[in-house]
Write a protein that binds this ligand. Sequence first.
Ligand code: BT5
Length: 254
Amino acid sequence: MPMPLPALAKRVIRLKTVGSTMDVARSLAELGWPEGTVVVAEEQTVGRGRLGRPWASPRGGLWFSLLLRPSLKGELLSLLPIAVALAVARALKALFGIKAGLKWPNDVLIRGKKVCGVLVESSSCGHEVSYAIVGVGINANFGLEELPEDLRGSATTLREELGRDVDLEELLMAVLRELQELYRVLKEGSSEGVLREAERLMGFPRGLRVLVGRDVLSGTAIGLADDGSLLLRLPDGRVERVHWASATVLADQA
Ligand code: BT5
């Protein structure tokens, strides 16, 4: 019997080529489309990452955005990127037996190479978050030669890892199913287990160099704070809380 569709896949819009699924999802959000609206594209011409960085999105990948309308408190929103990355790691394990790792704050890695990136954008009205758009990009059915040359050393794809192509629809539904469960747990306010599981997959403690604004901080990542911030122990013993919104891990010294 086929698995029932996850409730987070209430309406799935399938497109061939778009600029970015984030923009389509945002337009639908502004028009009042419900939580669980998913926009999937075969290819993106201007896929984006965090802080205005480009995201390469050739045909064969799984590129989608999911609209959430949580009566979100700020803390829940700040945990979303980690929960989404965790959902992808769980789905890769469940479907393909892949043991993926996480790189704070929002990357999913296989053998240390980036197979997936997560982007969360939100719109607020006063203190209320009116909606959040979760963007997920998974390098699936294409080879490294489809990516820009400078990314080939740091990225991987499921085809490279498995030596075969995967069913993108099955992958999409598996990620949404895992995310639905994690989202439920977060909404209940019980983020503890999610944070500890993410920490395990991030392989803490490990030495990191993190760019925060214009400053570079070097230290040992020792864990995640309640809001998903990185707890970085500096050489002088102080523990710095680094919020993910403005931070990028430069180098992993583990
Ligand atoms: C991310 O940003 O990793 C978030 C990526 C989110 C992409 C999805 S696809 C569906 C939805 N629509 C969008 O337009 N975006 C979302 P960040 O942590 O800033 O990482 C970006 C960096 O990853 C770039 O600067 C490159 O170094 C690298 N990169 C770009 N494309 C890549 C790819 N396909 N695979 C691996 N690394 C990539």
